[in-house]
Write a protein that binds this ligand. Structure first.
Ligand SMILES: NC(=O)c1ccc[n+]([C@@H]2O[C@H](COP(=O)([O-])OP(=O)(O)OC[C@H]3O[C@@H](n4cnc5c(N)ncnc54)[C@H](O)[C@@H]3O)[C@@H](O)[C@H]2O)c1
Length: 270
């Protein structure tokens, strides 16, 4: 089944992990896609991988032309750089109508209740929540102006609703979960759908999981970024999810059925 027609996409966090897997899958489906990330080397290698696959598809006769995979490198914690991404996207693709927000700063166990400092707190909020809101709203303005339908997917977390011992992370994910609902409610009348994709324990780079954790997962293994990409495409596509908005789709092998996080040792609190 063909999932997309003339859509174009921005994927943040496309240099690594889940964002990368989704961006690669979009290009495989023929969607011109901007790979946005703060890391130059990983964006370049993701774009090279996407382009090589797109060229191979043309050679094999399964695609008519090479689908563009476009790199964009910048820090989405910075409002000016978010604006630069929107300007670059307009110049490269015109009106963008698919948006995936997967970028998120690294999570470190040391950033617990008493460990997290102000800069780390603010950076997490700026990338996860502020960039998610700003980019989604500005892309929606463009779609409404051009009268095109669209779809957005924000990567939240099981820790949007259960604590994770990382308060800067879980609180921004909770904020993103409500942002999805606000956007979906406000944008539905314009044909713009907005949903959350909720990964479980995905050994994708941003989360360093002990293999021992698999025993807490009913399906018996940690997740892979590639477990998320097919669901992401299905939810983004109007063909398969045209009546789905404002909801959270969990891809976790059943992890949410268990509550496995132990409180951390804080050490000496002074
Ligand atoms: N991996 C998991 O188990 C898991 C679980 C729940 C939720 N998630 C969520 O899914 C998303 C992807 O997770 P992942 O494990 O693939 O993460 P990851 O760390 O592998 O990838 C995140 C990407 O975001 C980029 N990034 C970080 N700060 C940025 C900034 N300021 N500007 C632009 N790009 C920036 C990083 O360079 C990286 O490429 C995240 O939002 C994460 O919170 C992941």
């Amino acid at each position: 089944m063909q999932l997309f027609d003339d859509e174009t996409a921005i994927v943040t966090g496309a240099g690594n992990g889940i964002g990368r897997a989704i961006a690669l899958a979009l290009v495989r489906e023929g969607v011109p896609t901007i790979f946005a990330d703060v890391k130059t080397d990983t964006v370049e290698s993701a774009v090279a991988e996407a382009t090589a696959a797109a060229q191979a598809a043309v050679k094999a006769g399964t695609a008519k032309k090479v689908t563009p995979a476009i790199p964009w490198v910048g820090d989405l914690a910075d409002p000016a750089e978010r604006e630069a991404l929107l300007v670059a996207a307009r110049a490269e693709l015109g009106t963008v109508n698919l948006f995936v927000h997967s970028a998120s700063p690294p999570r470190h166990e040391r950033d617990h209740l008493f460990g997290v400092d102000q800069a780390t707190w603010e950076r997490m909020r700026a990338v996860n929540l502020d960039a998610g809101f700003h980019l989604a709203r500005e892309l929606a303005r463009g779609m409404i102006d051009q009268k095109v339908a669209g779809s957005m997917l924000l990567l939240t977390s099981l820790h949007a609703i259960t604590p994770r011992n990382l308060p800067h992370y879980s609180t921004t994910k909770a904020g993103m979960a409500m942002l999805v609902k606000e956007l979906a409610k406000g944008l539905g009348r314009y044909g713009i759908r907005v949903n959350a994709l909720v990964p479980g324990a995905i050994a994708a780079g941003g989360f360093v999981a002990s293999p021992e954790m698999a025993r807490h997962i009913p399906l018996g293994r940690l997740g892979r970024a590639e477990d998320l990409a097919p669901m992401a495409l299905s939810v983004l596509s109007n063909r398969t999810a045209g009546y789905v908005t404002g909801t959270s789709i969990v891809v976790d092998g059943g992890l949410a059925l268990k509550n496995w996080f132990e409180p951390p040792e804080f050490g000496e609190i002074v």
